[in-house]
Design a protein around this ligand. Structure first.
Ligand code: DGL
Length: 276
């Protein structure tokens, strides 16, 4: 595996760009191949079987681009598919949940942690499990916020309707004396200001993207596959709506997204074992 190969990053849509943004900040020399599954978003309401199938297809696509490592920039797929698919390929695969759990367990002072995420992530209980592995004395309160992803995909990042929806979801966490809130879906940092204004300044918001980029850096170092100074070109692919995606990506990334290509992701078989 060439150390100048790109890193594959994927999500159900635009949310994973919040992770890409952190990777670009912290490891600026690493080329990225991003895939957003915009035709099949949201992932949060789908079954584990479906999320594993989608993840396998996307990983198969990313492997055609010779990626040297994969970041599952989606909490739902990290919760429901990472463990299965990571065993099926020979390159490192990391997710966003473990890094987020680590930051949350370190950030809390009073031991009350809230986690907001998709139904898939919250119902899996994965944040609860990982946070308690690190600190068994804390209490973890999960709240699924299924309408956030469509609102963000629609670009309603400051819309009064998004504020209303956020109030409805988050109000149930407000009486629990949480001092830390994990943004347990990669779409949510895009409405961080709304969420922050509802929970107030005393609650620390945890965006797992930052710690994920640090973990990626360590994984590349340990495997001896950091980019050694070769040209760094990023490429973006989606399963639908390439132009809309490109416009949005250009509003949040620190680089110019010149082109985004549509990919027929269902043409990639969902078997990864051939790559073993
Ligand atoms: N952004 C993803 C996550 O972190 C997926 C959200 C969705 O598609 O429902 O969970």
């Amino acid at each position: 595996m060439s150390c100048n190969a790109p890193i594959g990053v994927f999500d159900s849509g635009i949310g994973g760009l919040t992770v890409v943004r952190e990777i670009m900040r912290q490891i600026p020399g690493e080329p990225i191949i991003y895939f957003g599954d915009t035709a099949r978003v949201p992932y949060g309401s789908k079954s584990q079987k479906t999320i594993i199938t989608y993840s396998r297809q996307i990983i198969k696509f990313l492997q055609t681009k010779n990626v040297k490592a994969i970041v599952i920039a989606c909490n739902t797929a990290s919760a429901l598919a990472l463990e299965v698919v990571a065993k099926e390929v020979s390159i490192p695969v990391i997710g966003v949940v473990k890094p987020g759990a680590k930051v949350a367990s370190e950030a809390t002072k009073n031991g009350n942690i809230g986690v907001i995420g998709t139904e898939g992530t919250i119902n899996s209980g994965i944040y609860n499990t990982y946070i308690k592995e690190l600190n068994p004395d804390v209490r973890v309160y999960g709240k699924a916020c299924p309408l956030f992803v469509p609102l963000v995909e629609e670009g309603w990042l400051t819309d009064p309707l998004t504020v209303e929806v956020a109030k409805r979801y988050i109000s149930s966490l407000l009486g629990l004396n949480i001092d830390t809130l994990v943004l347990g879906c990669t779409h949510y940092p895009l409405i961080r200001n709304i969420i922050g204004s509802i929970v107030g300044n005393d609650v620390t918001l945890v965006n797992p993207a930052y710690e994920t980029a640090i973990e990626l850096k360590q994984v590349l170092l340990q495997a001896g596959i950091e980019n050694n100074g070769a040209a760094c070109e990023h490429k973006f692919y989606v399963s639908d709506g390439a132009d809309k995606f490109k416009r949005f990506a250009n509003t949040i990334l620190p680089c110019d997204v010149v082109e985004t290509e549509d990919v027929n992701i269902e043409s990639f078989a969902d078997a990864l074992t051939t790559y073993l």
